[in-house]
Write a protein that binds this ligand. Structure first.
Ligand code: FE2
Length: 381
């Protein structure tokens, strides 16, 4: 029934400096004997890797390492991981890295207990059986993947992206340690942070927002806006990193409950057709979609403007966000990203098919309004 609210999510969260040292213990609490350790290619054999390995070894758990994960992953990466998981008979999946690695880890968890390949499950509620328990350890303050029920894949040869969306993808444990995000370069800090801000704003204003998600999403907006510039400029500050990680975690919780909107839908073709990273694609579209949505949910956007310190002038919100993106040295227009303008029709046709975010958007969108928003995004503000 449409009037009912169902709230579910990650079972357990460990948050704080040094949380990473509890990973071995968390595996033991799950009664796991053998874990598949899925990790970003770039993190393999780094300090982070050895720290976690040590925590696992101290509990005597058998570990199989899968260090192959690269950004905007293909479904085959999950298929290969699932094959190892089945072959080795692991009973727990541990994923350490950015959103891409966490998505692959979540998908491996369900592929290990279901037949077929990752691509067979792209869609909503297609997974038949619950998966293996999963422990998610984000190293960016961005996607919120450690608490969501989605795993997104890129099918490059077909220029498509798609997600496995299933309640069986909710992670069992999220381990959030701000110390892991200290080494993140400024550009990655900026665009993963803008992805988190997009989750917070879109879930807060989503038509599916509920009494609980609104509180969580709004708090996420406050935390991210207050800290994103500092995290970008002064990445070694642990307090700022901690606040950003709280913000992206809460934005993820808000998104898991209320979904996202037209920013994510319009960002989708940028990733699928031009391989633009998810965070950059969302960031570039955010001010233009906010301008389009402004009147539809004025009270909420006024509160967002208040959180950004521009009280009394909700009209200035899109420009404020635009300037924030500039300050973070991220692309502000589709021209800067060298997107061909003649592809607007093709992009709009793909964006309108991203059904759930389109439906959640506070103002109705159709193909013509999408084209207009893309036109705006070529022009700038
Ligand atoms: Fe996102």
């Amino acid at each position: 029934m449409d009037n009912l609210i169902a709230i579910e999510g990650v079972k357990r969260t460990i948050f704080g400096r040094g949380a990473v040292n509890t990973i071995g213990e968390e595996c033991s609490l799950l009664k796991a004997k053998s874990a598949l350790f899925v990790i970003d290619k770039g993190l393999f054999n780094t300090k982070v890797f050895f720290k976690i390995k040590e925590s696992l070894d101290s509990t005597g758990i058998e570990t199989h390492i899968y260090p192959e994960i690269t950004p905007e992953p293909s479904p085959e990466l999950a298929d290969r991981g699932a094959e190892i998981a089945r072959q080795k008979g692991v009973d727990c999946i541990l994923a350490v890295g950015g959103g891409s690695t966490l998505d692959v880890g979540k998908a491996i968890g369900v592929l290990a207990t279901n037949t077929g390949k990752a691509e067979d499950y792209i869609g909503l509620d297609l997974v038949k059986n619950p998966g293996l328990p999963t422990i998610m350890v984000p190293t960016t303050a961005g996607t919120g993947s450690e608490v969501t029920f989605t795993a997104v894949f890129t099918m490059r040869e077909r220029k498509k992206k798609g997600g496995i969306n299933s309640r069986y993808l909710y992670p069992t444990v999220a381990v959030l340690d701000p110390e892991l995000t200290i080494g993140l370069p400024p550009d990655v800090t900026a665009y993963t942070g803008m992805d988190a801000l997009t989750h917070a704003i879109e879930s807060y204003t989503s038509l599916k927002a509920n009494f609980l998600s609104e509180i969580i999403s709004f708090k996420a907006i406050e935390l991210i806006v207050k800290n994103i510039i500092d995290a970008f400029r002064n990445g070694d500050d642990i307090h700022t990193r901690e606040e950003m990680l709280k913000g992206s975690y809460m934005a993820g919780l808000g998104l898991a409950m209320a979904g996202v909107g037209a920013v994510h839908a319009l960002a989708y073709p940028l990733g699928a057709f031009f391989d633009i990273p998810h965070g950059i694609a969302n960031s570039v579209m955010l001010p233009y979609v906010v301008r389009y949505n402004l009147k539809s949910s004025e009270e909420k956007f006024s509160k967002i403007a208040g959180a950004m310190g521009i009280n009394n002038s909700v009209e200035r919100l899109p420009e404020y966000i635009f300037n924030l993106i500039k300050e973070l040295r991220l692309p502000c227009t589709l021209n800067e990203l060298e997107v061909p303008r003649e592809d607007i029709d093709k992009m709009a046709e793909a964006a309108i098919l991203v059904e759930r975010p389109i439906k959640n958007n506070p103002r109705p969108v159709d193909i013509d309004s999408i084209k207009r928003i893309y036109e705006d995004a070529f022009e700038g503000m």
